[in-house]
Design a protein around this ligand. Structure first.
Ligand code: SF4
Ligand code: SF4
Length: 372
C-alpha cells in the first residue's frame, strides 16, 4: 500500500509539473533556460517533500495562510472574504511563517481574501522560501501586471493558482476569462513559476460550457488546468446535471496530464456520493487565519482554534488520528490530496479535539459544518 501511495501521489505531482513544461510553449518556442531550471528544481523539491512525508507523520505537509482577509471582488458563493480588514502586519506574518517552518511544513500557500492586496507580499513569499518550504499562492489575478509578476519571480514563488469561474462576468462572479485573459497572457510571458488555472462547475455557475473554454485557453497558453466543483452560497452540494457532467468529463479528458485525473474524490462528488477517507486536517494540512489561529480548513474555522505559536507535534499527532465527521461530503480537494499521502495507514480512532471559537471547548464533531 505504501508503494501505491508513493507512486500515485508522486505521479500526480510529476504529471502536474510535466504537463506544464510540455504545454508551456504551444507554438513550439523553446522554453527559457531559467524557467526550465526552476521547474526541474521545483519538481525535485516536491519529490523530496513527499519522501519525507512518507517517512514522518509528525509534521504538516501543507498549510494555507491568510495575510489579508479583504478581497477586491465579492463572489456570491464565497465565505472567505470581507471588504474592510487591514493586512496582517509583515512582522506578524513572518513570525507565523517561521512557526510553520519550525513544524517542518513542506508547502505553504498564501490564500485570502486577495493576497495581492497585501503591500508586502514579496517579503511573505521570500520568508516562506527561507524556511525551505515550497511557496504557493491562490489569487483572483486582477492585480497582476508585468512588474508585479517579475517581483513574484524574484521573491521565489513556486506555484500560482487562479480560479476562473465563467467566460463573461455575471452576478455570481467576476472571475471571468474575458476580464482575465490579458493577465493570463502576461503570466505566459513573464512568470517563471508554475501556473494552474482552475475552472469550475456546480452551484450558481450559469453556463457549464464556460469551464471547457477556460481550460482550453489555459492549456493553449502553456499552463496546467484543473476543474473543481463548487457548492452554492448556502453550502449545498448537488450531483452534477447532465450538461455539467458532459463538460466535467470533457475537461478532465483535456487535462488528462494534470493531477486532478488522480482525484477520485472529485468523481464521487460529481456523482453526489459520499467519500470514505481519513481527513488529516489539523495534522497534514493546516489553515492559518488572519488572527494566527490554526483551523482544520476554510470551512471549519474554530477547530482546533489554537494559535500557531502554541501548535506543536502533539497537536499534529492528535489530529492525525482524529476522525472528522464532515469528511463524507467534503469538497476541499487540497485536503483530499494531502490526506492521500497517508490513506493506507493510521486508522482514525479519536473524535475528541479542542474546539469552539478559540479552542476552548472539547469534542468538536457535533459543531462541524456538514456540507450536503
Ligand atoms: S475572488 Fe476569491 S476570495 Fe475574493 S470573493 Fe471571489 S472567491 Fe472569495
Ligand atoms: S470540511 Fe471537514 S473533512 Fe473537509 S477538509 Fe475540512 S475538516 Fe476535513
Amino acid at each position: 500500500m505504501a508503494r501505491e501511495a508513493v507512486s500515485l501521489f508522486a505521479l500526480g505531482v510529476w504529471f502536474n509539473e510535466t504537463s506544464a513544461m510540455i504545454a508551456e510553449n504551444p507554438a513550439h518556442r523553446p522554453m527559457p533556460f531559467k524557467r526550465r531550471w526552476r521547474a526541474l528544481t521545483r519538481k525535485l523539491r516536491e519529490l523530496g517533500s513527499i519522501a519525507w512525508a512518507l517517512a514522518d507523520t509528525g509534521h504538516p505537509y501543507m498549510a494555507h495562510i491568510i495575510p489579508m482577509r479583504r478581497c477586491n471582488l465579492s463572489c456570491t458563493y464565497c465565505n472567505e472574504f470581507d471588504d474592510v480588514s487591514d493586512p496582517v502586519p509583515i512582522a506578524e506574518m513572518e513570525r507565523r511563517i517561521d512557526e510553520l517552518g519550525r513544524m517542518g511544513t513542506s508547502v505553504i500557500t498564501i490564500s485570502g481574501g486577495e493576497p495581492l492586496l497585501h503591500p508586502e507580499l514579496d517579503r511573505v513569499i521570500a520568508r516562506i522560501r527561507r524556511t525551505g518550504a515550497i511557496a504557493g499562492m491562490i489569487t483572483n489575478g486582477y492585480l497582476l501586471m508585468p512588474d508585479r509578476i517579475e517581483r513574484l519571480n524574484r521573491a521565489g514563488l513556486d506555484h500560482m493558482q487562479i480560479s476562473i469561474d465563467n467566460v463573461n462576468p455575471d452576478a455570481v462572479s467576476k472571475k471571468s476569462l474575458k476580464v482575465l485573459d490579458a493577465k493570463l497572457k502576461m503570466l505566459a510571458e513573464h512568470a517563471d513559476f508554475h501556473v494552474n488555472i482552475n475552472s469550475v462547475v456546480g452551484g450558481g455557475i450559469a453556463n457549464p460550457t464556460d469551464a471547457l473554454r477556460v481550460s482550453e485557453r489555459a492549456l493553449a497558453l502553456g499552463f496546467s488546468s484543473t476543474i473543481g466543483i463548487i457548492h452554492d452560497g448556502s453550502g449545498q452540494l448537488k450531483p452534477l446535471g447532465d450538461a455539467e457532467r458532459a463538460v466535467w468529463d470533457k475537461v478532465r479528458r483535456l487535462t488528462r496530464r494534470s493531477y486532478s485525473r488522480f482525484n477520485h474524490f472529485q468523481e464521487a462528488i460529481a456523482n453526489g456520493q459520499p467519500n470514505h477517507w481519513r481527513c488529516r486536517a489539523g495534522a497534514r494540512y493546516l489553515y492559518i487565519c488572519e488572527f494566527g489561529l490554526v483551523h482544520y480548513c476554510s470551512q471549519q474555522r474554530g477547530y482546533p482554534g489554537i494559535p500557531i505559536a502554541q501548535y506543536g507535534r502533539a497537536d499534529v499527532q492528535r489530529e492525525f488520528l482524529t476522525e472528522k465527521g464532515c469528511a463524507p461530503n467534503c469538497t476541499i480537494s487540497c485536503v483530499h490530496q494531502v490526506s492521500y499521502i497517508d490513506h493506507w495507514r493510521a486508522p482514525q480512532t479519536s473524535q475528541v479535539t479542542p474546539g469552539g471559537a478559540h479552542g476552548a471547548g472539547a469534542g468538536a464533531d457535533a459543531g462541524l459544518v456538514q456540507l450536503r
